[in-house]
Design a protein around this ligand. Structure first.
Ligand code: ADP
Ligand code: MG
Length: 426
């Protein structure tokens, strides 16, 4: 029989498992489905890497970000050499073919695959016939619409695992809510999964809410915190793209340094450059929307500041949790003025009634605001999107205004225009 602890020492050179790892490893060695919920940094990768390297069949690992996969594969090559491969769209066709040929001839133990591959007939054919042991879904909250990072490509993974006749599925996530965990288990059709959950306490983080009188007051207080060198490196989360740009400019002026901006409206190269500069310490402060997320794995961020209240406690936990990964003391500060709550209370109260219509209108306005810092939309268009008539669309905008979500400006009868106060970057 395989001794997991001996393998841990032999392959990785670690003396002991961290909480939850051994249970997950044993499940995978026995070929049982497993759902592993552990906070970021707890060591989820090892839960499938160890059994994957020990088992005599192929382990497929699906992960949403190419950069994350590349980092993992590079790290693993140091301990496992050529037994690890990677297939994705950023690699040449010839290279992908070569990797798949090595998988077919049994030379690979672990193959990392981007989720969209499972929509490709060519890939499924190339891998068909290979004995697949573990089918690993990392960042598994992406299959859930309740999660904060839903990816359509994740939807077909359960079917793909069955099509490939994988022995067992292991799903891993740092998302702690029961609803997301249950949804993941259901969507991947996990069969009597072994559930491994560890604690989510982060004892080195301290949390505070800073009540503010106005937006200017908020920005002043944020600048004061960031003025202190001990609060850096820092991430500042803001609600909209335009809000990010504005805040970064103000902070840059107040602190007399370059403050970087990161949001989904910037092109891929720009975003990669900002992330790199933050990771290697060239940029001490990044102002970002929630697009600055997965894959941001900086160990020594000392402060995470929120300029607006995130959509959910879960999202706050994920974002604030990017502070203090190194275990040293770090602070999480939430700057809030009374009206910030409006958007969320609004959605919660409206959740039961007219849900779809309200959301569609609000999202549309938010998108406009993200692109331009303001919105200017045709009521007819909103009505079409929300399946209501023009008058109802106008009423919805009115509701949003009363809830403090938008600040309307006087507009011609067929339009609605103004500024959006807070939304998310998706
Ligand atoms: P997660 O995916 O849960 O965020 P990772 O798998 O990336 O975390 O692991 C975080 C770090 O912990 C890695 O540097 C990894 O090498 C280290 N690690 C994992 N398991 C152990 C262990 N048993 N002993 C020591 N270090 C470990
Ligand atoms: Mg991970």
């Amino acid at each position: 029989a395989i001794d997991p602890r001996a393998e841990l020492r032999r392959i990785f050179g670690f003396d002991a498992f961290r909480p939850g790892q051994e249970e997950a490893v044993r499940a995978a060695l026995e070929g049982r489905d497993a759902l592993v919920v552990m906070p970021t940094g707890a060591g989820k990768s090892l839960c499938y890497q160890l059994p994957g390297l020990v088992r005599d069949d192929l382990t497929l690992v699906v992960s949403p970000l190419v950069s994350l996969m590349q980092d993992q594969v590079e790290g693993l090559r140091r301990v496992a050499g050529d037994a690890v491969g990677l297939v994705n769209s950023q690699q040449s066709l010839a290279r992908n073919r070569e990797v798949l040929a090595r998988a077919r001839s049994g030379q690979l133990k672990l193959l990392y695959v981007a989720p969209e591959r499972f929509g490709s007939r060519g890939f499924l054919d190339a891998i068909d016939g290979v004995r697949v042991g573990l089918f690993v879904v990392d960042e598994a909250h992406c299959v859930s619409q309740w999660g904060h990072d839903f990816r359509p490509d994740y939807f077909r993974l359960g079917d793909a695992a069955r099509y490939l006749r994988a022995r067992a599925i292991m799903a891993l996530t740092a998302t702690a809510t029961r609803r997301v965990a249950d949804d993941v288990a259901e969507r991947l059709a996990l069969a009597e999964p072994v559930r491994v959950t560890t604690g989510f306490d982060r004892p080195n983080l301290s949390f505070a809410v800073v009540p503010c009188r106005s937006r200017q007051d908020k920005h002043r207080r944020i600048a004061t915190v960031l003025h202190d060198l001990e609060s850096r490196p820092a991430i500042v989360y803001a609600g909209t793209r335009a809000g990010c740009e504005e805040l970064a400019k103000q902070l840059g002026r107040a602190l007399e340094l370059d403050v970087a901006v990161y949001h989904a409206g910037l092109d891929r190269e720009r975003r990669a450059a900002v992330q790199r500069a933050f990771m290697n310490g060239d940029t001490p402060i990044v102002v970002a929307t929630n697009a600055f997320g997965m894959g941001v794995d900086k160990a020594d961020a000392r402060t995470v500041l929120h300029e607006t209240v995130p959509q959910s406690v879960e999202q706050y936990y994920q974002e604030a949790g990017r502070a203090g990964r190194d275990g040293a003391p770090a602070r999480c500060l939430l700057f809030s003025e009374a009206r910030d709550k409006g958007l969320h209370t609004f959605f919660i109260e409206r959740a039961a009634i007219e849900d779809a219509a309200f959301r569609v209108v609000a999202r549309r306005l938010a998108r406009e605001a993200n692109e331009q810092g303001r919105y200017d939309v045709e009521l007819g268009l909103l009505a079409d999107l929300a399946h209501c008539d023009r008058e109802q669309a106008r009423a919805i905008v009115g509701h949003l205004a009363r809830a403090g979500v938008v600040q309307p400006a006087p507009s011609p009868p067929d339009r609605a225009s103004g500024r959006v106060v807070g939304e998310w970057d998706r």
